[in-house]
Design a protein around this ligand. Structure first.
Ligand code: ADP
Ligand code: MG
Length: 333
């Protein structure tokens, strides 16, 4: 009875505190943007939430493959016809995103490759359509990050083949999350969580407690399979359940493409990566998904400050060494 009273009392005491968490949720960039932040002032909190949503709209306007007047669409129209002597001039921010993307292509030996879209753009997951055999033959050679010629200093770009097409879907949401966190930090916010679909960035903790970030069960995505307590930093998950259909052979056709084959990457159902910044965890979660369990874990082990959880297509869960329980606990299991 005393314990009950005590917990009731704690609940009452907690009530005004809980009122100082502020949240907003909107559909932008083809995904759900969720923001939670702590602020003692209601007006300032509302302004901070707006700041984040405005930034999401700005990033969508520049990098969406669906908007014909986005910077990305412009590059895709002009860069195939451009050349070293007559490149397409781009913003510094676009150069930064392309530079990052090419960096991840190099360290993953092409598992992460924004030119996947040369062929990948002919997948329509809603209409359950895949590229034709002719398209496959013609366009597979145009999946090659080395065909993206970037000058990051005089920000400009041209493509080495007319069929090259790029898409930033594997990195732009992570970048957007980082931008949102930077704006919130600048506004003096010390506790916040921003997520854009599978990419989450955290400022601080949840006032004395860690944030609890869930990894979905890939075969029942409404269920959370694994919960990770996290503070400050980012986590991204790439899953084969986000955009997919099952084809007439019973095969899962989904939105993460193995650039060497031009087909949906197989072997992994979900790959989650934890690290300091969401732009990096986003690119890495896509990379690890494509690389598969062994090479994916090896990549994470080679990068200080990164960890991950991979759920294989067979449902087996693999953790990188930083997430393994200490040895003395393991031996008791
Ligand atoms: P999402 O949160 O959209 O599921 P992911 O981080 O899992 O994002 O990345 C999937 C997206 O990345 C795809 O929708 C596509 O735009 C892009 N993509 C697919 N395959 C690759 C690849 N091999 N390299 C880089 N980007 C890719
Ligand atoms: Mg990703």
């Amino acid at each position: 009875m005393i314990r009950f009273l005590l917990s009731a009392l704690l609940l009452i005491m907690a009530a005004p505190v809980a009122a100082e968490w502020h949240r907003d949720s909107q559909d932008i960039m083809g995904t759900k943007i969720d923001v939670v932040l702590w602020h003692e002032d209601e007006t300032a909190a509302a302004e901070a939430l707006d700041l984040v949503m405005d930034e999401m709209h700005r990033i969508n306007a520049h990098y969406s493959p669906y908007l014909l007047d986005s910077d990305l669409s412009l590059i895709n129209r002009l860069a195939p016809k451009a050349s070293a002597s007559d490149p397409v001039f781009i913003s510094k921010e676009m150069a930064l995103l392309l530079d990052k993307s090419l960096y991840y292509s190099r360290i993953t030996e092409g598992a992460f490759d924004i030119t996947f879209a040369s062929l990948g753009r002919y997948y329509d997951y809603r209409a359950e359509e895949t590229p034709s055999d002719t398209q496959r033959q013609e366009l597979l050679p145009a999946i090659d990050y080395r065909l993206v010629h970037l000058d990051a200093l005089q920000p400009s770009v041209y493509f080495g083949r007319p069929e090259v097409h790029i898409d930033l879907g594997g990195i732009a949401k992570g970048y957007a999350v980082d931008r949102a966190l930077a704006l919130l930090s600048d506004a003096g916010i010390e506790h916040a969580s921003v997520s854009a679909g599978g990419d989450t960035g955290l400022i601080g903790d949840r006032r004395g407690r860690p944030w609890m970030v869930g990894i979905k069960n890939p075969r029942a995505p409404e269920q959370v399979a694994i919960v990770l307590p996290l503070e400050q930093g980012a986590i991204s998950t790439s899953g084969d359940y986000e955009r997919y259909f099952i084809d007439s052979d019973g095969k899962r056709v989904h939105h993460i493409i193995n650039p060497s084959k031009g087909t949906s990457a197989s072997g992994v159902a979900s790959a989650s990566v934890i690290g300091p910044n969401a732009v990096d965890t986003d690119a890495l979660s896509t990379s690890v998904f494509v690389l598969g369990v062994d090479k994916g874990l090896a990549l994470l082990e080679s990068l200080p400050g990164y960890d991950g959880v991979i759920i294989s297509s067979a449902g087996k869960v693999h953790y990188s060494s930083g997430l393994q329980p200490p040895e003395e606990l393991q031996s008791e299991q």
